[in-house]
Design a protein around this ligand. Sequence first.
Ligand code: G4P
Length: 531
Amino acid sequence: MKFATEIEKRRTFAIISHPDAGKTTLTEKLLLFGGAIQTAGAVKNNKIKKTATSDFMEIEKQRGISVATSVMAFEYNGKQVNILDTPGHKDFAEDTYRTLTAVDSVILVIDCANGVEAQTERLMEVCRMRKTPVIIFINKMDREGRDPFDLLDELESMLKIKVRPLSWPIGIGATFKGVYNIFRKQLNLFAASKTKIAQEIVSINDIQSNEIDELVGDEAAGLLREELHLIEGVYDEFDVKNYLSGDVAPVFFGSAVNNFGVKELLEAFLEISPSPRGRETDAGFIEPQADEFSGFVFKIHANLDPKHRDRIAFLRVVSGRFERNHFYHQVRLDKNFKFANPTSFMAQDKSVIDEAYPGDVVGLYDTGNFKIGDTLTEQSNFSFKGIPSFSPEIFMELENRDPLKSKQLEKGIEQLTDEGVAQLFVQQPGNRKIVGTVGQLQFEVIKYRLENEYGATCEFTPKRFYKACWMTSTNQQQLDQFIRAKTIYIAQDKDKNPVFLAETPFLLQMAQQDYKDITFHFTSDFKVGKN
Ligand code: G4P
């Protein structure tokens, strides 16, 4: 019984946004509500400013901060809330995509003036692929922004998801007076406060009540009634099932920096969001309630001290109970490991834990045995599916600059790509190493870390590739023929899968036309991937 209660009370999610929409601010306010921190400003901004592109100390600081804030946990209303941090910088987007495999739902933050931005679209695409339930928080309502109805239309058309407002703003910017909480049928009045979390809440269950006119003025009250009427006409009644299946995203309005609308968001979130879900494996679906412990590694973080090459592997517990000092089976290596100091990350503090439950994230000290995507079980041999690699966007060939250090370079690049800093594709003949990333910044990180941690010097030469495409086909003969014909554009990924490095969209299109039995994928997660 206790085990089932432990699972039911957990909520593991991520807050995602385009940089600057207010992810850090909202995270901080949630931590304030949960009592995990006492003052605003305690959460460091986990992002590298644009000017820091070549500032290595900044990169190192960023790595430090992101370990410290990897998981922020607190209790609220009897629920155990686990917020998984995602990097703010777009060059680390791949890291964010992987973290999304470890959560059960997300809160997506939108700036009310900017609406849907580039990074919002890409993050949402990953959520859609995985059918992750999404709640949208439209932030910065204290500033002049766009019309709420226009914003909702834009969300639906650009993010390809149905939306359903569960709160509604009364005015915007200078005229912003508060939000009407549709979910609770409550009027919340706006009192800007950057430091306090208290606010005046007046409960009005009848939207026709004169009290609303008295509180916000006749004009605003009239408009609110009209708009609520329109909402009821345009949007279907909110059904939590459609949210849980990833088909409808409930929308809340507020102002994170002023602590407004945050409590409503948090409480509604805790009420409707899913408790830890199971995950698909190559031997079927594993439910969190299963007796046997299992989990997977979704993130690896190198030690900040270059003298110690140990790392922290972040494991999401999927089923059963994880215990300290207990032997667990690492499926890929077919080896058993015991963890003396498994760590939880509560806001800024690290602490050793004795046990963990489904939905929890445990930091495991690792000396190089883990790769992203690895499965840990009690004894079974199944592997979790779906830590996808996405096609990189920038490709460079890695060249060794110091022949005496080639072993160090090999080892360094192997370990850094195990951590997921970048993807490695090896081309024959000559074992040429093509490194692929989503952002320029990673190349600087790699160069810096190879020098500082492995004593190897390298150079990068740009390669003009458009995409790396994984391939599947029911016609093995055609696939073999393609691989032979395109040798100079074929490389192997880390798992020895052949990958087609397409130079241009046109050349990819030609390949698709000429080899009709081959499917080209932009992610390595073929089952849910799309072309
Ligand atoms: P991010 O993590 O998504 O990148 O965004 P972050 O929370 O850092 O917020 C970006 C900027 O937007 C910050 O201002 C923050 O104070 C501001 N902000 C967040 N929520 C609101 C809101 O509800 N209303 C208004 N008006 N501003 C908001 P900054 O100037 O970049 O930093 P700071 O000096 O204020 O910390």
